[in-house]
Structure formats: structure tokens, C-alpha cells
Design a protein around this ligand. Sequence first.
Ligand code: GUN
Ligand code: FE
Length: 421
Amino acid sequence: MSNPFFICRGNIIYAGDRNRLTVHEDSYLVVKDGIVEGIYPVLPEQYASLEVKDYGRGLIIPAFTDLHVHAPQYVQRGIGMDVLLSDWLNQYTFPQEARFADMEYAKNVYDAFVDDLIRQGTFHAAIFATIHREATDYLFARLEEKGLYAFVGKVNMDVHSPDCLCETTEESLRETRRYLESHTSCTTVKPILTPRFAPTCSRELMHGLGKLSREFHCGLHTHLVESKWEAAEALRLFPECRSDAEIYEQAGLLENGPSIFAHVIFPSEEDVRILKKYHGVSVHCPDATTNIIAGIMPTAALQDQDLAIALGSDVGGGHQLAIYRQVSRAVQMSKLKGFYEPENNHAVSFAHAFYLATKAGGSVFGNVGSLEKGYRFNALVIESMEDKGLTLSPEERLERFCYTGDDRNIVARYLSGAAVE
Ligand code: GUN
Ligand code: FE
């Protein structure tokens, strides 16, 4: 029988809650069958005969979670960043996504996307694909093959979309049903319902998706109150609803799995009430909100009202896949918001932001995103990040990595206790 244990030594850091980083300097982390068994300053006698992988001054941290990313937009990152949401969708994004009808194109982009996710240490993700079922199936299989944790959505759009990227309502529901039917026995990757946002989905479509949600016990991933334009458009198109979130509530889309809402920049009291009631997760995507949305999520205020928050790259609204960079950007954004709106608390500490990028987002997948006992050992090893001849504390080195590091500083990656080659 193969050895169920893996043991490594180094500076172990995780955020068990949003208020602090837990640091175990020069300690041993024992993994059994892919799950963290314990962390010890001195290796217990019972493990003495086992091999130890020593990372010296390296940092051992949980792998990152990206709770809002568009895989097809991987090839448009950093392009068209000087316009706002509606123009960006119409001029760049919709024509680009229409190309996913071509499987060769889709395979190329999705292969590159999945490789980069792994390179950047993002092992858990909630992912938008496009309206195309076949290409979405390919992305699903690719993620599963690599052992990543993901919710993947075939996108729905049946109104106010260009002809090249618009389904009929029947077609959208039929293809979604086929998509769900072919992914009922999956492991780490699961399907999720993904109506793009209220402006491109009819009432009939939303309600049809609500029925599928019940039948397949499936969660929801969409964009919510992401800009003043979108919030107003949602209420214009669904006048029977008092808030953007109520559109999904009325359709019965919030009852059967995680409800993941990107941006949540202009939530009304009604939105907050519904998010709270259904334990919706609001995903802060700092880069995207500065690139194409021009608004900042009231992260601290939402958290103070006990709403669940996580971080997302929102590539290609965001221009980079690295979630560690969204950690530093979340801190920066909170300072800007605090400067312009001093009447409210907007402070997001580094520990808080790191928590959002790891354990908070990871919670929708189960026990991933921390290194506490019982968590899956999905982890990264970061090199010391110290200048020659100078020493920094583990916390300082982690902060420096998030602000200045890149994938070249990630020296090892582990998924369920096994090294990712
Ligand atoms: N709203 C509708 N579609 C999109 C998209 O692709 N990206 C972002 N950021 N917002 C959207
Ligand atoms: Fe998005």
C-alpha cells in the first residue's frame, strides 16, 4: 500500500478567520490521505521515520480561490480597458465570446486558461464559460482532469444580446438541461446555473432556470448590482421586483446551492436582506471594478452586516488571473473608498483580504482554503521573498508576495496532498 502520509516543514500561514493570520514558524505540517492532520513545532515521535520535505524559510500557504472569473475572456485580458461596462461588453466581449462556437478556438483558450490558473496557484474557482454547451463541456473536463475545484456555468442569454451570442429561450433551457444531465456524477468540478445578468435574460428564462435549479439541486452564479446602469436596467426589465436580487429569488434560483454574486457594488437594503437570507456570497473583484465598472464594493460594510464575501479576478474585466494581487488591491481599494466616503468604515486589513482569497471563497467547495486540521492540503509554497542579508517576518513576506510577487515565486504546488508537476 502506498504511504498515506506527506510531511513538510517551513513557515506555515493561513487565515482561520478574517481578523488574523495564524503563523507557525519553522513547523511541521502532516498530511494524511490528502487532508491536514496537524501542525507541530517538533515532529511527533510517531512520524520520526517518515521523510520530511524541508522548505527552509519558504512560506506554506493555502491555495487561492477565485470566485468570479470568465474563462473565455482569458484572451482579452488587458484589452479594451478604457471603456465602461456596456461598451466593453458590446465592443470587445460579446464578439470575442461568440468565437466559442468554434471548438478549436475554445480548446486553445481553455487549455491556456487552465494552465495559468494552476501556475497562479488558484485551485478553486467559480467560472463563467459562454452560451456554447460543447465548449463548456470541454472546459469542465479539462478542470476535472487536473483535479481542480470548480463550479462551471454554461452562460444563458436570450434577450438584448447580439445575434452571434443570443439563444432562444427554449434553446437556452434545453442546452442547460443537457449540460446538467451530463454532469450529475462529478467529483471536484460541478455545474452551476449562470444567467449572465438580468439585462440579458428574459423572465421566462429566469423562471425556467429556477425549475432546473430545483430539479438538479444546482446553485447560481451571476452579476449583481455591478453598476448604476446595470442596477437600473434590471429594475426596468423586471418592474415587479424591488431589487436585482429579488429577480433571482422570485425565479426560485437561490434555494438549491451556493448563490455567488459578482461585484455587489450598489446593493439596496432589499438586496442585502435577500443575500443574507440565502447566504449568498458577494464577490469583490477590485481590478474589474476599476477597469470597467468604476465603483468599489462596500466590503467592510457588507461584512459588518454578516454577509459572506470572497475575491474574484473577473478576467477579462480584471486584467490578470493572480488572486494574490486582488488581495493587495482589495486593501488599496478600501483605502480609496475610505478617503472618499469617510463616514463609513471601509477598512480591509491585509489579513482580512487574505482570508477572503482563501478560506472565505474556499468555503463554497467544502474544507479547502485553510491549513487547519481537517482541511484538504491544497497548498502553495512561496519562496522567502527576503532581500539579501535582510530578514522579514512570515507575515511581512506573505504581504510582500501579494503586492510584488508573481508565479515565479511559487516554488511548489500541492493538490490533495500530491505535488502538481
Ligand atoms: N456583466 C455582464 N457580463 C459581464 C462580464 O462579462 N463581465 C463583467 N465584469 N460584468 C458583466
Ligand atoms: Fe464578470
